[in-house]
Design a protein around this ligand. Structure first.
Ligand code: MSP
Length: 657
């Protein structure tokens, strides 16, 4: 008996106590001077999925998102638009709400930092921090002067180290030198205890790599930070000094508690903060503020820390950064128009593992949609339902046990809900989804292997019924596990099986043989109609957008490419690559090696001696094991390719502009 209890205790997963608490999940609040793009959508969909999944598992969940509406950037954008700040905010907030509605984001509360509720909470936390004293009696908040390099784009002071060529690397602007009176927060006093809490996972920072990054920051002895700003006018004035407004990050971070009643509803606050498992989701771009400033502020105010900060990857689109002014952007509304809310949610969450950086290529969306959703999942639903309709009058047949492969399939299906739950508890969103799709593929294989059309022809009705029953059961289980990813489509699937929301629970998904024989099975339209990329229009709507207006270069960006006239001195094939030539080129003041994909169009003899144009300031690349330092300019269409050459004599090294 004693041993059994001990064994049982060992089986309780670490952190299981948390699982019995209410679950509170947040996204960052997004800047209103930007329009929603798929970066914002990614975090928001993930948070929505987590909240929905925990609800399926029977846990009370609260999901918060919102907008960050103060700061000089917003004021500038409003001035540019010729409206007041609040008018500007009221309008752009709607673009976020609209995007979230289109994506079927089911948040419990939308916090705006311009709301009175929020303002009240910011005053309260500032007061609490101001009243706080360190063990040695020093004040946590003190007044001093701050001088630094401020980027209005980032709304933060930048360190010299962060600048590239004297400019903010994100906004390509020279920051302003500013000196002003500020109230400071004594972050330095909290770093040792934060370090200990992070190392011990009392404050869990995930993934591991981000935890190491935060610990690395602590070791750099970060300076204290300002709680207020004098220059910024569009913000929450301090209750104790109206020459200052709350620093935008102090204002913004407080949203996580203002939204659940810190300033005005103690019972709600206790429920969703003090007694809940609190999870903040975001990308790694805002790590320092969330992993250090925010917990330190909470400690000073005498509040509980969040349980987990999960910093997912930051992605590029077609290799380019997505920002307001630069690079490719994908509007989630365009994706919804093309793939529906469910398809968009699925596609975004499955591009790469949650927590890892990646590149998103819109050109891959259609084929992935067709393969995973139209072919694997949609097709299974259609063919199973149709066979029930044709052979069993639309009524679910009886299960049948003796089918080859059924045992393994059932075991896999019974494992799926728990495994997915476990993945979700560890933020392995991609794996939870991947397991469900693998299950669908296994069911398709089972279906094909059992060749139900032969069973029908041969009149082996019981076996035929058994194959269809098993596939319907699997679809039922999958409809629960994938519901948090694709809520509408999984409801549609459940309608095919005559299931309503009462049985939409993880507990229900755990047992096989849950569907009642005789239940009505019917389908009219495929649930994921196949998408056809039209022949002449190979680029998708979403892809076209990334290549159009929002993606225009300004002259300074184009001018960053350094292009020069060069002469090809020697050329030779690259072993094992019939498209490549290894070239030595002369740029006037130096020579360099370039690997170029022109071998099908230019023989070594033909290209040697040609004057060509080379992009010289690319990062070196290794192509087929050969180093390449530059790129040739060429024009191509279909199978034709010609090199661009200077029309006339110019010294080698002459700049092309
Ligand atoms: N307003 C601040 C956050 C304050 S939270 C107290 C802010 N806003 S933001 O609009 O810039 O949003 C940043 C967040 O948007 C990222 O942390 C991430 O959640 C999401 N993403 C924005 N671009 C992204 C990618 N390119 N890739 C992944 N997520 C991205 O910072």
């Amino acid at each position: 008996m004693i041993t059994l209890t001990a064994v049982r205790l060992n089986l309780i997963p670490r952190g299981a106590d948390k699982l019995s608490k209410p679950f509170y999940v947040t996204t960052p609040i997004y800047y209103v001077n930007d329009k929603p793009h798929i970066g914002h959508a990614y975090t928001t969909i993930a948070a929505d999925l987590l909240a929905r999944f925990h609800r399926l598992a029977g846990r009370e969940s609260f999901f918060l998102t919102g907008t960050d509406e103060h700061g000089s950037k917003v004021a500038e954008a409003a001035a540019e638009a010729g409206v007041s700040e609040i008018e500007f905010c009221d309008k752009t907030v709607e673009t976020f709400k609209e995007a979230w509605k289109n994506l079927e984001i089911d948040y419990d509360y939308f916090i705006r930092t311009t709301s009175q509720r929020h303002e009240k909470a910011v005053w309260k936390i500032l007061d609490a921090m101001r009243a706080a004293r360190l063990e040695d009696g020093r004040e946590v908040v003190y007044s001093d002067y701050y001088e630094g390099l401020y980027c209005t784009g980032c709304e933060k002071f930048l360190t010299e180290k962060e600048l590239v060529d004297g400019e903010c690397p994100d906004h390509r602007k020279v920051p302003e030198k500013l000196r002003e009176k500020n109230y400071f927060f004594r972050l330095s006093a909290y770093l040792p205890v934060l370090k200990q809490k992070i190392e011990s996972d009392e404050l869990k920072i995930l993934p591991e790599e981000r935890k190491r990054e935060v610990l690395g920051l602590i070791d750099q002895d970060l300076p204290d930070f300002s709680l207020s700003r004098e220059r910024v006018k569009w913000g929450i004035p301090l209750s104790f000094d109206d020459s200052q407004v709350a620093y935008v990050w102090v204002d913004a971070l407080s949203n996580y508690i203002s939204a659940i009643g810190y300033g005005d509803d103690p019972a709600q606050f206790d429920k969703w903060w003090t007694n809940a498992e609190v999870v903040h989701l975001m990308a790694k771009d805002i790590l320092k503020f969330h992993c250090l400033y925010w917990p330190a502020m909470l400690m000073a105010a005498g509040l509980k820390l969040p349980d987990t900060l999960f910093l997912h990857g930051f992605f590029t689109v077609d290799g380019q950064k997505m920002s307001k002014s630069l690079g490719a952007r994908i509007d989630p509304n365009d994706m919804v128009a093309e793939f529906g809310p469910d398809g968009t949610r699925y596609l975004l969450l499955t591009q790469y593992p949650f927590g890892i950086d990646g590149d998103i290529q819109a050109s891959r969306f259609i084929s992935q949609y067709n393969s995973d959703l139209a072919n694997d999942l949609g097709n299974l639903v259609s063919r199973v339902a149709k066979m029930v309709m044709v052979n069993f009058d639309g009524r679910l047949p009886q299960p049948y046990n003796g089918l080859e492969g059924l045992q393994e399939l059932m075991e896999q299906a019974e494992r799926l809900p728990n495994a997915a739950h476990e993945h979700i508890n560890h933020f392995r969103i991609g794996q939870a989804i991947g397991d469900a799709i693998t299950m669908v593929r296994a069911a398709n294989k089972f279906f094909n292997d059992r060749a139900p059309w032969n069973l029908a022809r041969e009149g082996r009705t019981e076996e035929l019924g058994g194959v269809l029953y098993a596939c319907c059961e699997i679809l039922r289980i999958v409809s629960v596990v994938l519901y948090p990813v694709m809520p509408s489509k999984m409801r549609e699937l459940r309608k095919v099986l005559s299931l309503d929301d009462d049985t939409l629970t993880l507990v229900n998904a755990r047992e096989f043989f849950n569907l009642q024989p005789g239940a009505k099975i019917s389908i009219n339209e495929p649930i994921f109609p196949r998408l056809k990329p039209s022949k002449e229009q190979k680029t998708t709507e979403t892809e076209k957008k990334t290549k159009s207006a929002d993606n225009l270069l300004d002259i300074s960006e184009f001018a960053r490419a350094d292009m020069r006239v060069a002469k090809v001195l020697t050329a030779e094939p690259v072993e094992g690559a019939d498209k490549l030539l290894k070239l030595q080129v002369d740029l006037g003041n130096h020579k360099r090696q370039i690997v170029a994909g022109v071998a099908r169009h230019y023989s070594p003899e033909k290209i040697t001696g040609m004057n060509i144009i080379v992009v010289t300031n690319l990062k070196p690349a290794t192509i087929r094991g050969v180093e390449s330092n530059g790129m040739l300019l060429a024009a191509s269409k279909g199978s034709k390719l010609v090199l661009l050459v200077p029309d006339g004599d110019l010294p080698l090294g002459a700049r092309v502009s």
